[in-house]
Design a protein around this ligand. Sequence first.
Ligand code: H79
Length: 440
Amino acid sequence: AQQKLQYGAQYTGKRTDAAMNKWRSNRFGQFIHWGLYAIPGGVWNGKTYNYAAEFLKSSAKIPTSTWDSLMYQFNPVKFNAKEWAKMAKKMGAKYMTITTKHHEGFCLWPTKFTEFNISHTPYKKDILKELVEAYNAEGIDVNFYYSVLDWHHPDWRYDIKSAEDSIAFRRFLKFAADQLRELATNYPTVKAFWFDGTWDNSIKKNGWWTLEVEKMLKEVRPGAIVNSRLRADDFGKRHIDSNGELMGDYESGYERRLPNPYKDLQVTKWDWEACMTVPENQWGYHKDWSLSHVKSPLELLEMVVHTTSMGGNFLLNFGPAGDGSIRKEEQNIAAEIGAWMQANGHVIYNCDYAGWEKQDWGYYTKQKGSNTLNLVVFNVPVSGLLKIKAPAGTRFKTKQGLEEIAKDQYLFHMPIQLYKVPQVIILETESNSGSGDKYQ
Ligand code: H79
């Protein structure tokens, strides 16, 4: 039964305005985690902490005043925004999401609302502005990550248990809203806001604030996009409101995991984005990447394709070092993914769920509104034969390599050889068959 919610979803279905259509067509983005945690890089007093580098303050139980004084060491002499942007462009990223403020509370821009910001470091300059300008100059959209959870701010509360908590947290919510208004105002090309650190009871008890922030950002910056993670409703229900509707503009729960391509097709009902680390669980720079499996460029590429095939965006994380350099492993990943994307990006950008039954050889994607079907092949069978089950009545224009074996069943014959990168096969159909509409 539908109940009346004051702070629930503001609309149902996918947004179809130009800003959202652009966000969706981007499909592949670069996430950047950069803050004071990049300086120790997971190591404190000679001891290496295996947990996420951006959580070092918490893992090593470092007092706030000690952690905060890392600010006086923040001087990334090797930082070059234009080089970062060029690398992202070569990788094929169409957008970049940067941590303006992570849980530690340090701000990469010269905010008026706390001294704990870039202008009080030896570096002094507005890093956010440099990044926005450099990435925009390469034609890359810039989005802002913002952690509401704040380990620095004295008024942050995990829960509201007293009148004092309630008063302090009101001040905190004003502080965060002021900062967000400042970001939206001072960086007018920002496209989207990526909220994090919103899972505590304090936020769940203040669903009104999450809606107010969503509305404020869209007022200041028409077309602005916010992720579901910002939002809580009247009953403290997060992401999906008490009536089962998605709050915010896209679902953002797939963190370091992807939806199952057979069982989780419900994700095609809405816009969504997955975010992924290269090692197991490191977002900020960690000096020691031998602590866990480091994903290869091909593993990551498969995730990009898997995500597009289910109608989502894929955000691949980079954690630059404290001196502003980007580690060799990450540069190599960007170059290898980029080489493939330059040749095959047409099966990713502006592509969507195709609505065809997934097969073991890989993934289907489909360019919006076209009659072409893209097969992205990761697992070539030893027979070289790719099984295809077409939606009923599909007629192919493409005949080359295609053998009909039963009603609506085909085999595509691939040359048998060793393939080093995923292969793209494009098939043309007579009509817009299998458009995937059943979920949209
Ligand atoms: O910025 C990166 C990480 O630093 C950050 N999100 C990504 C994008 C992150 N913060 N915390 N975590 C990841 C993991 C913490 C999860 C928990 Fe919870 C928070 C465990 C308990 C509270 C949310 C709520 C997940 C389970 C319950």
